[in-house]
Structures are given as structure tokens and as C-alpha cells.
Design a protein around this ligand. Structure first.
Ligand SMILES: [Zn+2]
Length: 339
């Protein structure tokens, strides 16, 4: 009975000690251990039972020794997995949260890369502008009615400064450098004092483009933009140009693409017209060229501008542009795999 109990105790042995094998050895196999002392009882066993008893006790000793070996092995494994500082290397690490690009960045990068393939270079400029670069040089003299088209945030301490209403100001800065030909695109954030709604915000992102050289024609403009929308939205896309008015281009046009949702049949997104407006463009107004010191008799050029939010909303079927600036991870995480 005592042997069976001991066997069970050995089998169920566990210890919180750093070295359970050693605790086990002392408890059972050491000179004062329970297995050893049980063997000491042999002298009290009747001679006719000695042989049988010896066998049982030997088995018990072997059983205990096997358990000891087992414990030593796990202790050795633990030693390898635990550093001297007590850091448990087997614990799972803290998972790194993989971020994703903002959909506006994804689309801006795509637009930039398409135009870079056509030889356009990226130009950047300040977001706080003066009247000359934002308006006057672009053929919007003071009191020009077109200034009302763009509600502007002025710097209250100095109303001569404002938050740029378009990235055309970057084009002016490039033209003033006087290095021709010019072939640039200007991505950047712009600001307008508009009521925030699903379709308008007080800040948004634009990409504007400018190409000035000898003999640049409206045909060049059309082909460039046609290439862009095909690369951006697919080869099946159709385009149309509608006459429009901008103070800085003449002639001016707005470009529509065939609706991506209904393919031109008519739906809510295209207001049942089959067409969606995506950008404004035109030939650079001679006054603008002259304002920037470029001979308008010698050089011609085209310019275009589009809102990145609008392109992104069309590309990803996003219905409310306010969500772009709300930093809602449930929205942003959907673009983890987008490129
Ligand atoms: Zn449609």
C-alpha cells in the first residue's frame, strides 16, 4: 500500500521551484529520501518475502529514476529558453500593427506615376500664398468676378497672405523661373471656405499639370488626358470635353469620363447622364504667360487640374468625402492591400 501511494506521489510530482529535478531528487532519491528509507525497511522483511519485496522496491527505484531523468530534461529545455535576465523567449511577441496608405495617397501616387511616364516632373510650393501667385498672375486682377468663384481663407494678421485655393500658384512659381520647356505636375493640399458636406470640404487635394513649349496644341492636351484616364480607369473608358470658363486658360474645357458604375447607361452616380466630370483644363491664357515673363508669341501651353478626392471617390465608390479626414480605422484598414 505504502509503495503504491509513493508511486502515485512520484507520478504526480510537480514543483514551482526553478529546478524541480533537484527538489525531486532530494525528496525521493536522496540519502534521506522516501525511496531510500523504504529500502532501509528491507531488514525488517521476513526472509521468505525478501526476494519479492526486493523486486518491487527495485521497480519503484527505477520508476523514480525515470521520472527524475524526465524532470532534468524539461529543466534543461527551460534553461535554453530563458535568458539570464529571466526573459522568457517562448512568450509570443507583441504583434506589429501593419498600417496602410491613405486612399488619397494611393490615388495621388498613381496619378503622379502616370504623368511621370509622360515626362512630367513633380513641383511643389507653399500652402500659404500671396495674392500675386494665387490670383493676379493667373489673370484674376483685383475685383475680377472670378475671385468670387473661390472663397478664400485670408490670414487675419496680414490679408495679403492666404491659404492657396489651388496649386496653380506652384505653376506660376515654376513659370517665373524662366526655364523652358516646362512639364510639371503639382500635387498638393488646397483650401476653400466652403460649407462642409458629403461633396465639399474646406480643404482638399489637387493635382494640376502644366506643359509649356513650342507648338503645344489642344490636341496634345486631349491626348495627354486621354492617356491618363485610360491608365487610371481602364482602356474602355470614354471621354468628352465640354466648353467651360477659367480665367487662366483660353479656350477652357471640362472633361467628363463615361460613368464607371453604369458604363454610360445612366445611374444615380452620374445623375442619369452616363458621364462624370473629373477635371478642368485648357490652353494657358497668353496674359498668364506674359505675367510670368514668358513670350506668348513664341510659346504655348496647356494646363489641367483635378481634385484627388473626386478621383478617389470614383475609383473606390466612396460616397462621402468627409470620411477621408476622419481617421476612422475601420475605413482606412480597407486599403491595406490596395496599391
Ligand atoms: Zn452612371
Amino acid at each position: 500500500m505504502q509503495i503504491n501511494k509513493l508511486k502515485e506521489e512520484i507520478n504526480n510530482f510537480s514543483s514551482d521551484d526553478k529546478n524541480p529535478a533537484e527538489v525531486f531528487r532530494i525528496k525521493f532519491l536522496g540519502s534521506h529520501g522516501s525511496v531510500k528509507s523504504l529500502m532501509g525497511e528491507m531488514k525488517n522483511v521476513a526472509p521468505e518475502n525478501k526476494r519479492e519485496m526486493g523486486k518491487v522496491l527495485n521497480e519503484l527505484k527505477l520508476f523514480a529514476e525515470n521520472k527524475w531523468e524526465e524532470l532534468k530534461k524539461t529543466t534543461d529545455d527551460d534553461k535554453q529558453q530563458t535568458t539570464e535576465n529571466g526573459i522568457d523567449l517562448t512568450l509570443p511577441g507583441d504583434a506589429l500593427q501593419i498600417g496602410s496608405r491613405h486612399p488619397i495617397s494611393i490615388v495621388r501616387n498613381k496619378i503622379v506615376s502616370i504623368f511621370q511616364r509622360l515626362g512630367f516632373a513633380v513641383a511643389e510650393g507653399p500652402e500659404i500664398e500671396d495674392d500675386w501667385h494665387n490670383f493676379t498672375a493667373l489673370n484674376l486682377p483685383e475685383n475680377h468676378p472670378a475671385r468670387d468663384m473661390q472663397d478664400t481663407f485670408y490670414v487675419s494678421q496680414n490679408p495679403a497672405w492666404m491659404l492657396r485655393t489651388h496649386t496653380s500658384s506652384v505653376q506660376v512659381r515654376e513659370m517665373e523661373k524662366g526655364k523652358l520647356p516646362i512639364r510639371i505636375i503639382c500635387p498638393g493640399r488646397v483650401y476653400r471656405n466652403e460649407t462642409i458636406s458629403a461633396r465639399a470640404h474646406c480643404f482638399f487635394n489637387q493635382v494640376e499639370g502644366l506643359y509649356i513649349a513650342d507648338n503645344v496644341s489642344f490636341a496634345d492636351l486631349k491626348q495627354t488626358l486621354y492617356f491618363f484616364v485610360q491608365e487610371m480607369f481602364g482602356k474602355e473608358i470614354k471621354v468628352r470635353f465640354r466648353p467651360s470658363y477659367f480665367p487662366f486658360t483660353e479656350p477652357s474645357a471640362e472633361m467628363d469620363i463615361s460613368c464607371l458604375i453604369c458604363g454610360g447607361a445612366g445611374c444615380n452616380v452620374c445623375k442619369h447622364t452616363g458621364w462624370v466630370e473629373i477635371l478642368g483644363c485648357g490652353m494657358v491664357h497668353p496674359n498668364v504667360l506674359e505675367n510670368c515673363g514668358i513670350d506668348s508669341k513664341k510659346y504655348t501651353g496647356f494646363a489641367f487640374g483635378m481634385g484627388i478626392e473626386r478621383i478617389t471617390m470614383l475609383k473606390y465608390q466612396i460616397k462621402d468625402l468627409r470620411i477621408f479626414s476622419e481617421n476612422d480605422l475601420r475605413f482606412l484598414k480597407q486599403f491595406t492591400s490596395a496599391v
